[in-house]
Design a protein around this ligand. Structure first.
Ligand SMILES: NC(=O)c1ccc[n+]([C@@H]2O[C@H](COP(=O)([O-])OP(=O)(O)OC[C@H]3O[C@@H](n4cnc5c(N)ncnc54)[C@H](OP(=O)(O)O)[C@@H]3O)[C@@H](O)[C@H]2O)c1
Length: 247
């Protein structure tokens, strides 16, 4: 893979993925990483200062009106190579979510960040994703061509839901999974693979301090999974360990 865009990289799993990618033996030529506030993303900026292939860009995934300009910025970096990987990682989970507390605004806000944003960003970046898929058409489906990864959660699995609650988060990730399915059908003729990934329960602000998995291990496993993606993964839901998850 020559190029990757990852959203939500100033902290948590996004930052872990960037740290792992720059240490990797074959670090991509263009690692384009986003955060909402450039001033607050000090660690990310330090990584970019030390690694010429890292480009930090500002992006709010719930502002689709800015995506065409963002796509132009990415195109100016990758040029005729196109974009190999879009990793929709940024995500949000509101706190109080039992039935008596859920609010319509929470539902809309979480949908906007976790489902609408990834779909519209994929749409905006489609021309350059297609370009990478086309110029690498001699290669099999995967990161050497073009891939969209949607960071989902097992909490978005309908068949695994035996606890209830968490309406905004569960529903938004279930919607994201449906987006993965439709995109995987629509973009297959263009040679673009689309898959949903569950990162495990990870020690981040969202995962909390009791989560069993460290960001480092999760990031390493996800990049390993990324490297193995092939036609079988298209339109599917995988854990960071590479196990298939039921929708
Ligand atoms: N941690 C877990 O156990 C776990 C489990 C399953 C799935 N996931 C998924 O993994 C992904 C990363 O989660 P995490 O644990 O790393 O969470 P995190 O530590 O809370 O980080 C979330 C990231 O998303 C960004 N973000 C939130 N709203 C945004 C918006 N409107 N526009 C752009 N960026 C936005 C945040 O930026 P700011 O710093 O500016 O807020 C931050 O960089 C999410 O999609 C999450 O749903 C996590």
């Amino acid at each position: 893979m020559k190029s990757i865009v990852i959203t939500g990289c100033n902290r948590g799993i996004g930052l872990g993925l960037v740290k792992y990618l720059v240490k990797d033996k074959i670090s991509p030529k263009y690692v384009m990483v986003t955060c909402r506030n450039l001033q607050n993303a000090k660690e990310l900026q330090e990584i970019a200062d030390a690694n010429k292939n890292v480009h930090v860009l500002q992006l709010e995934v719930d502002k689709p009106e800015t995506f065409d300009n963002f796509a132009k910025d990415i195109e100016a970096i990758v040029k005729e190579d196109g974009l190999n990987v879009l990793f929709n990682n940024a995500g949000y989970s509101p706190k109080s979510t039992r039935i008596n507390f859920v609010k319509a605004e929470q539902m809309m806000e979480t949908f906007s960040i976790n489902a609408v944003g990834p779909l519209m960003l994929t749409k905006a970046l489609l021309p350059i994703l297609k370009r990478a898929a086309t110029i690498n058409k001699d290669k099999p489906l995967g990161i050497e061509r073009s891939v969209v990864i949607n960071m989902s959660s097992y909490l978005g699995s309908i068949s695994m839901n035996n606890q209830g609650g968490l309406y905004p988060y569960r529903c938004s990730k279930a919607a994201l999974n449906m987006i993965t399915t439709s995109l995987s059908i629509d973009l297959k003729p263009d040679g673009i693979l689309v898959t949903s990934v569950h990162p495990g329960w990870v020690k981040t602000t969202m995962g909390g301090p009791n989560a069993p998995l460290d960001v480092d291990i999760c990031s390493k496993r996800i990049i390993q999974l990324l490297k193995t993606l092939n036609e079988d993964h298209n339109g599917q839901f995988y854990s960071y360990e590479g196990h298939k998850i039921d929708w």
